[in-house]
Design a protein around this ligand. Structure first.
Ligand code: NDP
Length: 286
């Protein structure tokens, strides 16, 4: 019978353990707050009484913890013999460096880590189109392909255990800053009596930046920052208007101020007549 251990039962770990139960896996679970396992146990999961018992129940172990400090704290509860021979699918998010150190620590103890960065929220687990960045040994990933695909599809980036964490953090960098832009814009909207529901269709259009990404990426790759479509100097004028509109609405202006400051640094560095993509060079010099 297919069997897996899931350690960490926040919303993500619960969704994962649930997906395995749905597929008929024998699922062993452990969580620091034991009561979080109750629903899964009612659905047929086995509750391990200790981290050691959770590890020794299966050779395949999914970790879904808040960060690698938590993962370290959990694994430190088990004797080294409980780690040896196991494959850890570490879907905990943290920095590339922490992922590499954890993989090395496990390797010293005879275990293998596959690092993962999940690209969907918990309700997306087990649904078509869901994807996870993975890095680590290809043969180990292939050996566990069926079990990994119970959760999501696989985007294997390479052997370096830090790669999945790196891609994940780059994506999260883009996601949080874009979402914060939405929240800031909505704060200005609300200060002017425009509800989120009212602005929604406009927000959806504005936030659909796919066209820009596909337009800019080849130019960035080619090092082509010509200001034939837009210029950093225009960006400065534009962000000054945003800043004044924000201030008139008495909304916190730290976000547009930071963007304006970056655009101004671009102009000061001689990029005023170039495309906004030239700001990548300014950002890299920080
Ligand atoms: P939660 O923060 O809700 O769950 C975290 C888990 O970590 C809980 O089981 C918690 O245990 C455990 N934990 C925290 N600190 C410790 C500690 N010191 N010792 C032992 N256990 C600890 O996170 P999620 O379930 O939402 O996410 C899990 C991982 O998945 C995270 O790394 C997150 O970044 C990533 N992720 C989450 C997504 C989401 O939408 N939720 C999307 C993509 C990735 P306890 O129950 O006892 O508090």
């Amino acid at each position: 019978m297919n069997a897996v251990t899931v350690i960490g039962l926040g919303p993500m770990g619960q969704a994962m353990a649930g997906a395995y139960l749905d597929k008929g896996y024998e699922v062993t679970v452990w969580n620091r707050t034991a009561a979080r396992a109750d629903e899964l146990v009612a659905r047929g999961a086995r509750r391990a009484g200790s981290v050691e018992a959770a590890l020794t129940a299966n050779t395949l172990v999914v970790l879904s913890l808040i960060d690698y400090d938590a993962a370290d704290a959990v694994l430190a509860q088990a004797p080294p013999a409980a780690l040896a021979g196991r494959t850890f699918v570490n879907l905990t998010s943290d920095t590339p460096d922490r992922a590499r150190r954890a993989a090395a620590w496990l390797a010293e103890r005879g275990a293998v880590q596959i690092t993962g960065g999940v690209q969907v929220p918990p309700p997306g687990i087990g649904t078509p189109g869901a994807m996870t960045y993975y890095s680590g040994p290809k043969d180990v990933i292939e050996a566990h392909r069926a079990a990994l695909e119970v959760l999501t599809g696989i985007d294997h980036l390479g052997e370096d255990p830090g790669l999945a964490a790196l891609y994940y953090q780059i994506g999260i960098d883009m996601f949080w800053t874009a979402l914060t832009g939405y929240l800031h814009g909505q704060a200005v909207a609300e200060a002017n009596g425009i509800s989120a529901a009212e602005f929604l269709p406009r927000a959806v259009k504005t936030m659909d930046v796919r066209y820009f990404l596909e337009f800019y990426a080849p130019r960035i790759t080619a090092g082509h920052h010509e200001g034939d479509v837009e210029r950093v100097s225009m960006g400065v004028a534009s962000m000054e208007h945003v800043l004044r509109t924000t201030q008139a609405a008495k909304v916190d202006d730290s976000l547009p101020s930071a963007v304006l400051e970056l655009f101004r640094r671009g102009v000061a560095a001689g990029h005023g007549g170039q495309s906004l993509t030239s700001l990548i060079g300014v950002l890299k010099r920080r």
